[in-house]
Design a protein around this ligand. Structure first.
Ligand code: ZN
Length: 144
């Protein structure tokens, strides 16, 4: 079993090695000193998403959304609450579909909001449509 988690810094993208027996919620980035977990989702670019998917050893939960999408905006506070419940076991990211057409094509995003759960960089589950925070957490745990 691994005793070191690789955690991508949500601020600078540096890859941190965090011992699993130390509280990850208190860990700071070795490069920029930011907290590695803030109990909030991180807005990412396509390039930063690729870094998170490639380098994180913890699961990644991605919310694909857009500013013009009403259901996306109504789900945003639910996703925020889910981050507080799922971190530091899971990294929660948000990707603006308008700025990520290549990624949306690769993930075959049909409609938004869309949730994707990744393990070791590979999608293991997806769900379309808005969900409440409790449902997001239950869906994530069921698919891990
Ligand atoms: Zn950093």
């Amino acid at each position: 079993m691994t005793t070191i988690n690789q955690i991508v810094c949500p601020v600078c993208g540096a890859i941190n090695r965090v011992p699993v027996d130390r509280p990850a919620a208190a860990a700071r980035c070795g490069s920029c000193k930011s907290a590695l977990f803030t109990a909030h989702p991180t807005e990412v670019t396509e390039a930063m998403l690729d870094t998170h998917l490639r380098a994180n050893s913890i699961p990644v939960l991605l919310d694909v959304w857009a500013p013009w999408c009403g259901p996306c905006r109504s789900m945003a506070p639910q996703f925020e609450r889910a981050a507080a419940m799922l971190e530091p076991e899971v990294r929660l990211l948000k990707l603006n579909a308008d700025d990520a057409q290549a990624t949306c094509a690769r993930l075959r995003v049909q409609g938004i909001p869309a949730l994707y759960l990744f393990r070791n960089g590979q999608p293991v589950a997806q769900s379309a449509g808005a969900m409440a925070a409790d449902a997001i957490v239950a869906w994530t745990r069921n698919n891990l």
